[in-house]
Design a protein around this ligand. Structure first.
Ligand code: ATP
Ligand code: 4MY
Ligand code: MG
Ligand code: MG
Length: 348
């Protein structure tokens, strides 16, 4: 750990020093600063979109005041020549990058890499993504959490109607690309009303039963031990009548994006009520352990007409934390807690 008692007396002084472009500092200079001031250095490898939404001035400012410094990782230079880092934050795709990170984890066990690339990879497939929730079979006095019934279609669209009939899936179905790697294509979803039209879809995909949920979903953001829940508008319920009158496959846009916040909406209380906190705590804890991840969110819906039947429909690695209320404090506290627990372990 690079934190020092006297650091708190030197914040202004320190601010001036770090406002020079940190990413241009040589390893030697950064190391010297770390030793002198006990700074927690967080290297980040993120897309420009992510940097814009996550690394907002308020986060960087608060981090600086807490002795945390964010430094951009240069992908064109060896990781070992950069930093030294206490923590590495990343959300980039590609096999080559994964291998670089794995190698770095192996050779730098003192650095916390958030999170392990192979654990993240598990979320890039919509079949394996929900497996952990399905296996958990979570059911207690606060409610039940499951996943919608789903079928994976790897190839041959003409076989889909038969496969759906054999699996006994109930229409309507949500068709999702099997790969969920963050590309625009991986977010292209459709709603299918009839069995015959399913042939128009393009495998590989997952066909998931659509669960009526009153048009509102809950996004549960997880940062280590911390949990924050927000409401978002979602697809409206499909009635039996609508189902019998409609046919076809309809592409739908990103319905539950940040602009679709339902936190201040005037909703039916039975729809708006957040899932019970103890249930979410348990779910988050088991997922953290099962997935081996500390930074993710999940979309969870309440089956309409029930009080406590929930379904997890999506899990995302390093989601848009910029929209999570109070993320600046939660995230910086989390980063500090990581370094402190490492320090404690070492001194034990
Ligand atoms: N099984 C389902 N039942 C009801 N609605 C669903 C179901 N699956 C998805 N939806 C709706 O479709 C939306 C998009 O689905 P999903 O979250 O799986 O896609 P995504 O592209 O991975 O989203 P994100 O932007 O959160 O990564 C959800 O927000 C929800 O409104
Ligand atoms: O862009 P936004 O801020 O909306 O964040 C979204 C994020 O995009 P980003 O990674 O480019 O930030 C998405 O990541 P990819 O899978 O597409 O990579 C995904 O995690 C969404 O679930 C996030 O929305 P949220 O679930 O948090 O509302
Ligand atoms: Mg989602
Ligand atoms: Mg998703």
């Amino acid at each position: 750990m690079r934190l020092k008692e006297e650091y708190s007396h030197n914040v202004d002084d320190y601010d001036d020093q770090v406002s020079e472009t940190m990413s241009q500092l040589s390893v030697g200079a950064l190391q010297q600063q770390q030793q002198q001031k006990n700074v927690v250095v967080v290297g980040y490898a993120l897309t420009s979109k992510k940097i814009k939404s996550f690394l907002q001035p308020k986060l960087e400012g608060l981090a600086r005041n807490k002795g945390i410094l964010f430094v951009a990782i240069d992908q064109n230079r060896p990781l070992s020549d950069q930093g030294p880092f206490d923590i590495v934050l990343h959300k980039l795709t590609g096999k080559e990058w994964r291998q670089i990170l794995e190698e770095y984890r192996r050779t730098h066990p003192e650095v916390t890499v958030l999170d392990p690339p192979d654990a993240i990879q598990h979320l890039h497939n919509r079949q394996s993504m929900l497996q952990c929730v399905a296996d958990m079979n979570l059911s207690d006095s606060y409610g039940k959490v499951g996943v919608p019934r789903q079928l994976v279609i790897k190839r041959d669209a003409s076989s889909i109607p038969d496969a759906v009939a054999r699996a006994g899936l109930t229409l309507p179905l949500v068709a999702k690309p099997l790969v969920a790697d963050g590309s625009a294509k991986s977010h292209e979803l459709s709603l299918a009303y009839d069995q015959y039209s399913l042939q128009k879809l393009e495998p590989p995909l997952v066909l998931q039963e659509f669960v009526n949920h009153g048009g509102v979903l809950f996004k549960v953001y997880i940062v280590g031990e911390a949990i924050k829940v927000v409401r978002r508008f979602s697809l409206p319920d499909v009635t039996k009548r609508e189902l019998s009158k409609n046919a076809g496959v309809f592409r739908f846009p990103r319905v539950s994006c940040a602009a679709a916040s339902a936190d201040d909406a005037d909703l039916d209380p039975s729809v708006a009520e957040l899932p019970p906190r103890p249930l979410l705590e348990r779910l988050a804890k088991e997922l953290r352990r099962g997935l081996g991840l500390r930074l993710f969110n999940l979309d969870i819906i309440r089956e309409h007409g029930t009080r406590d039947h929930f379904y997890v429909i999506d899990i995302n690695y390093f989601p848009g934390y910029g929209k999570m209320p109070g993320y600046e404090h939660i995230f910086t506290d989390f980063l500090l807690s990581l370094v402190q627990s490492r320090y404690k372990k070492r001194s034990c």
